[in-house]
Ligand binder design. Structure first.
Ligand SMILES: Cc1cc2nc3c(=O)[nH]c(=O)nc-3n(C[C@H](O)[C@H](O)[C@H](O)COP(=O)(O)OP(=O)(O)OC[C@H]3O[C@@H](n4cnc5c(N)ncnc54)[C@H](O)[C@@H]3O)c2cc1C
Length: 382
């Protein structure tokens, strides 16, 4: 058994790297170990879209230029399930960075900051003498479980998985696009709603393309998942044949299991922190990872209480907002109305971006405007 680590992080995705980076940023003498079952660089099924809010997190972690060599994307185009459209310029640009690159850079930055990085798949967890012991070999004062959607750490501490009704599944691939294509496109689909396809140009002549839907809706088709996901992607983006297709689950935040147990804190997908309206999870992974790393080194006596409080202050209102909107969005007409209002009013478009990609909330006046549009569509039967 090693000496006791101040913090052991399981998973080297954005949540885990953020936790490790933050811990060493605040306490440069902290002994921090980052474990991942894979060597980096490694691929991860993802749309690769990094919102401006994610870049804010990188700056807080002391890495403001981590993705500065990637082209910013300013244009966003959304088609709603009923055909309402909005094409607008976002207030702050987004980036598209393949995860094989992004995650490897984060892990490298953590290593450069003094985090020890090891390839290791965690299989067991026990609590002994006030420490968390992983695989009978690694002891820690605190553990951050950042091991993704199918988190083993979450199961080992006895917390429930995100229920299927709050789990989406999506496939992503890469397609060739013109070098000057700089529009992020989202095409929603009424069939099996909620469901949508995307095309996010990287800026190098390729685009990340994909299609996602709720798991129960996929199962309800009675068809093999691969056939449905690949088929719908080809149907919605017929001009963009995709290669390197790869699918993964998305645990959506209305089904979030909680912040952890004892001295084990959950962050990112392990904590079920994916926006139910957009599937965005990188920003929440970076944010929750940062807060977990902070709590581990600043409140070693009771990191979970500190983490819960910080997470609640950062995301509590936002998560309650998206819980409610996810319920409303079960009706495709609600989304048609919201996109319709956003197409007419730029401030509403900006606000929807904040709610979909950041920590935004919705003022009652906007809810009223969307509800009016929703009602209008219902009355007109469109
Ligand atoms: C198809 C698809 C498209 C998406 N598109 C976007 C998008 O465009 N923008 C966006 O913001 N979000 C998107 N998301 C969500 C985003 O990918 C996740 O929210 C994000 O990866 C969460 O980061 P994480 O660090 O929590 O987990 P992950 O990135 O999944 O990292 C978890 C890490 O844990 C490691 N691990 C797992 N088990 C163990 C173990 N037992 N022991 C050790 N290590 C382990 C894994 O190897 C992995 O490196 C998408 C998701 C999918 C599936």
């Amino acid at each position: 058994m090693d000496d006791v680590w101040d913090l052991v992080v399981v998973g080297g995705g954005p949540a885990g790297s953020a936790a490790a980076l933050r811990a060493r940023q605040l306490r440069p003498d902290a002994r921090v170990l980052l474990l991942d079952r894979a060597d980096f660089p490694r691929d991860k099924a993802c749309g690769d879209g990094i919102a401006a809010h994610g870049r804010d997190e990188l700056a807080l972690l002391g890495l403001p230029d981590l993705i500065a060599d990637y082209r910013p994307t300013r244009h966003l185009s959304i088609v709603s399930p009923g055909g309402a459209e909005v094409h607008a310029t976002v207030a702050r640009p987004n980036h598209v960075v393949p995860r094989a690159v992004f995650d490897a850079r984060l892990v490298e930055a953590a290593r450069a900051r003094g985090v020890e990085v090891r390839r290791h798949r965690v299989r067991a967890l026990a609590v002994r003498h006030g420490h968390v012991v992983l695989d009978e070999a690694i002891a820690a004062r605190a553990v951050v479980g950042a091991d993704g959607a199918n988190s083993v750490v979450r199961r080992l501490i006895g917390m429930a998985d995100v229920p299927d009704r709050h789990t989406a599944i999506a496939v992503r691939g890469y397609a060739d696009v013109p070098l000057d294509d700089d529009v992020q496109r989202i095409a929603m689909q009424g069939r099996g709603w909620p469901a949508y396809a995307w095309s996010f140009p990287v800026g190098d002549g390729s685009a990340n393309v994909g299609f996602g839907m709720l798991l129960p809706r996929l199962r309800a088709t009675g068809l093999p998942g691969r056939e449905v996901l690949h088929g719908r992607l080809a149907e919605l983006l017929p001009h963009l044949p995709a290669r390197d297709l790869r699918a993964h689950h998305l645990p959506l935040s209305p089904g979030r299991p909680g912040a952890g147990a004892g001295r084990v804190l959950l962050a990112g997908d392990a904590a079920g922190l994916i926006n139910p309206l957009t599937g965005e999870g990188i920003y929440y992974a970076l944010l929750s990872g940062r807060l977990a790393g902070e709590a581990a080194v600043q409140a070693p006596g009771d990191p979970l209480t500190a983490y819960r409080g910080r997470l609640g202050r950062a995301l509590g209102r936002h998560l309650r907002t998206t819980d409610a909107l996810a319920l409303a969005a079960r009706s495709p007409r609600f989304i048609d109305a919201a996109i319709g209002v956003a197409a007419r009013r730029k401030e509403v478009f900006d606000l929807l971006v904040e709610v979909g990609l950041g920590a935004g909330t919705v003022p009652p006046s906007l809810l009223l405007a969307v509800a009016r549009g929703w009602l209008g569509r219902a009355v007109r039967g469109v």
